[in-house]
Design a protein. Structure first.
Length: 278
């Protein structure tokens, strides 16, 4: 990735959507949100890597999805309830729930590792907008980082106050009630991450996506399945793409005009688009 160019220029050069590796590339004995998972995603050609941020009770940032401690660590305590020393000693579980030698990396280590390698999408940015922004700047990755928050005013206020220079893509569900409001603020607004249950939702329409493109904004879709009960891409998922073929999921998202597709199956989505372009 050429970070002397703008994100828009790099996307235009690619001629397919940006492929976002959800928590890196993981599986078997390699847990998500680890340095090896990120290395694999880089090696496999991820354009963007999505990471999650948690904060220990003594103020150290770790890359881990808040609230998933029981699942991935077999811990009854959240990271926010532990010291950094305690967090750094906990083994992460593999897909079978067996302890591995992998440990939770700090945000500083992850940002430093990914410097000049790929774009970085910081999820759970609202954990501590000021503190995470300071770490991003300390690591010198400002041009690589895309941050996101929900659309509540309290988060927008903090983004404007502490992170106005970082690329910002807020989360919008079903209908975009934010873009016109945010355009008037001192925020580096580059587009939105959409969540939609139906293709009839505003943010899933070609007309909406074209209107965003006409304004110079980008639009993000998720093909990941985090919870089958929480529909976030109207069924245009990794699962359907793998089961029936990419035309039923990833291809439809691309045809609608989405600029980013977040996936748990990086190699497969790349193979699909490689064949589709022939």
């Amino acid at each position: 990735m050429d970070f002397t160019k703008s994100l828009h220029e790099n996307l235009q050069d690619k001629k397919t959507p940006f492929f976002v590796a959800h928590r890196g590339s993981c599986g078997a004995n390699i847990p998500c949100n680890t340095l090896l998972a990120y290395k694999l995603a880089v090696d496999q050609g991820a354009d963007v890597i999505e990471i999650d941020v948690s904060k220990s009770k003594d103020g150290v940032f770790f890359v881990f999805h808040p609230g998933m401690e029981k699942v991935y660590l077999n811990s009854k305590f959240n990271i926010s309830e532990m010291t950094a020393a305690e967090v750094s000693q906990i083994p992460i579980l593999n897909v079978d729930g067996v302890e591995t030698h992998y440990r939770i990396p700090t945000l500083e280590k992850v940002l430093s590792f990914l410097k000049q390698k790929t774009y970085i999408n910081v999820d759970k940015f609202w954990t501590d907008i000021q503190g995470i922004t300071e770490m991003i700047c300390q690591c010198g990755v400002q041009k690589q980082v895309i941050v996101k928050t929900p659309t509540e005013e309290k988060y927008l206020h903090e983004v404007e106050k502490f992170a106005s220079d970082l690329m910002f893509m807020p989360l919008v569900r079903k209908q975009d009630m934010l873009t016109e409001k945010i355009e008037r603020r001192n925020i580096n607004f580059i587009g939105v991450e959409t969540l939609f249950e139906s293709l009839d939702d505003q943010v899933a329409s070609k007309e909406y996506i074209k209107s965003m493109h006409d304004k110079g904004y980008l639009v993000w879709a998720n093909s990941i399945v985090y919870d089958e009960k929480d529909i976030i891409s109207a069924g245009l998922t990794d699962d359907i793409s793998l089961e029936k073929g990419g035309d039923y999921g990833w291809g439809m998202l691309a045809d609608l005009g989405y600029d980013f597709i977040q996936t748990d199956w990086l190699t497969e989505i790349k193979n699909y688009f490689s064949k589709r372009q022939r």
